[in-house]
Design a protein around this ligand. Sequence first.
Ligand code: PLP
Length: 227
Amino acid sequence: MSHSQPDALRSRLEAVSERVVRAAEEAGRDPSEVTTIVVTKFHPVELVQNLYDLGVRDFGESRHQEAREKAAALPADIRWHFVGQLQTKKARQVRTYAHSIHSVDRLQLVDALDGADDETEVFVQVDLSGEPGRGGAAPADVPEIARRVVSARGLRLAGVMAVAPLGEDAEPAFRRLREISDRVREIDPDARRISAGMSGDLESALKEGATHLRVGSAITGQRPTAP
Ligand SMILES: *Cc1c(COP(=O)(O)O)cnc(C)c1O
């Protein structure tokens, strides 16, 4: 498949990196403080390996089985970011390979992840749309979930995560996320991270303080349909 060829990947990776540098500088921020996670869901292991060979170390996946298989097949110094909706009964298994989990959106999930010896970084996912079903906690529920993460053993609260709602400008939505992030930092001053911004809206996210971008198709090319 031509879209996974190293040359095409390299030029798309460079193009996104230029977008990130430009947008960060326009926002008066240091581009080196922004982490770009390449979301490789539904793509084959070879594409991830090609990106690894180009220097990428942060990858995002949204399904447990697929993520586990890729983690087992690929180099151990990859940081896997779990970004998809997570079932409570699979939570502990995701801990075994994930560097961070971006989709913690309910107390039961925190309880399921609680109690491990090693440390996993978690983001509380916020629903900015007001429409249930796409994942994410209602903004009003975020402080309680954040407090539960802070008191759990083996979890470190990284900050907040969100996907921009459909049918609305991303920027005001990301501004609301930044306000929620401010509240979370009152609970834990170290929970400074904001995971926001995808292929189409990373500039808006950087303007509103995103520290972790989750970029898929702009780097990988078109995604195969879900297996
Ligand atoms: C697929 C996905 C992305 C990447 O989306 P693109 O539009 O391809 O950049 C980012 N975040 C989450 C949660 C995703 O599921």
